[in-house]
Unconditional design. Sequence first.
Length: 511
Amino acid sequence: MRVINGMGLKPRQRPSARRVAVLATTIAGVGATALLITPNLDPFVATAHAEDVSSKAQQIAQKPVGFADIVAKVKPAVISVRVKMERAANSNLDNNDDEQQIPWPPDSPFERFFKRFGLPNQQSGPEIITGQGSGFFISADGYAVTNNHVVQNAESVKVTTDNGKTYNAKVIGTDPRTDLALIKVDGKDFPYVKFAAETPRVGDWVIAVGNPFGLGGTVTAGIVSARGRDIGAGPYDDFIQIDAPVNKGNSGGPTFDVDGNVIGVNTAIYSPSGGSVGIAFAIPADTVKSVITQLREKGSVTRGWIGVQIQPVTPDIADSLGLKKAAGALVAEPQPNSPAVEAGIKSGDVITTVNGETVRDARQLARLIGTMSPGTSVTLGLIHNNKQKTVTLTLGTLPNEKVASNEPVHQDQASDVDLPKLGLSLAPTGTVSGANAGGVVVTAIAEGGVAADHGLQVGDVILEVGGKRVVTPDDVRNGLSDARKEGKHTVLFRVKSGQDTKFVALPIGNA
């Protein structure tokens, strides 16, 4: 199973049909019971009971049992987004390498069918292909929202409205970190929709409108299944999970509440086959509003930046640091010349609050800071050396993402020192080509061992053990010994992996 970036909806039976049937059955049962338990009543009284039940049934039938009125209001604002781009042969439009590609004979009915829906055939050489997604107008003058992955690398973008008219569109700006894009169509008096002011609750009805498989204008309904989902798409994951059937082609399409307001932008599905299994993810309206406002005003998005590498506080890490509970964001390493360094934040500090708001975990800290503008003054609550501490700093601007590398290291001489209980071998960095100066490099990992189970890899450099710097394998042994003498069950390793630094809590046993 996998998460697939976007595209689609399958038609689904209206949920109201079964509901009406159940209500009708229940009402019929009540009517029968009323007549059975009053066999000796005056016929006029019995008739009155029957008429009363019938009246209630008519009232229920007169109430709206579907979403037709809402759909009629919002559907004209939803658009089909069609793009052209060049790609290599046999590459997948949405980069799902494990999705099966089916070769079909030229001019066969299958080829004509799949060309109709913009799905590629297998062929050699680069090709210009078309991709399809969805979007929706947010203003009468033609601004529209879609997904970044729908329009990225596009040579041209066209949109088709609900009335069948096609327009050329310009990409105003994109934000890969949240997978959002703002496009613009020249014109006026376009029907548009608004974003919801309130966050939907789990269990609320939702309606998705989009362009599955190029069909256009398809409507499905479901409920909010969960909120705050992290699917590993990026540091700002905070998705709404819905069960409205969503398929390829619905990327960038809106999900509405029952008042016709947009509560999210569909961006991904979780599926074993590429089709809907009732698990879809939408970017929350609050995130969309913030990002789209910046794209409209500046064409790009800037975010606040503390300048720290952070990671979750696991129970093992909390135990190693002597914390009462596993909460907050652990600072693995402050980055040079960052606001964090200027404020005196150190490796091993745990950030617990931002402007008085409790930080549950590293993801929440990233989202909180990411929603703030550079230059904003913030107050952070920290746990530093088991003591509460408060610092105030001015946020910088989040720099472009760096690409981490973890190239293999090569042993120059036989100087490995084994720690069999942990399942790893170590050597001073000076004896290993390609290793950074300082610390102890991991030269071998036992498959299924403690170190491997906790994510250590060959080439990682151990910088600290139990809060003390290490430069030789003996320093690591001494750190483990000191931790055991202090009665600790786990010890905290500070590890540099590629360009990232992190803390790893390892159970020490008799290592």
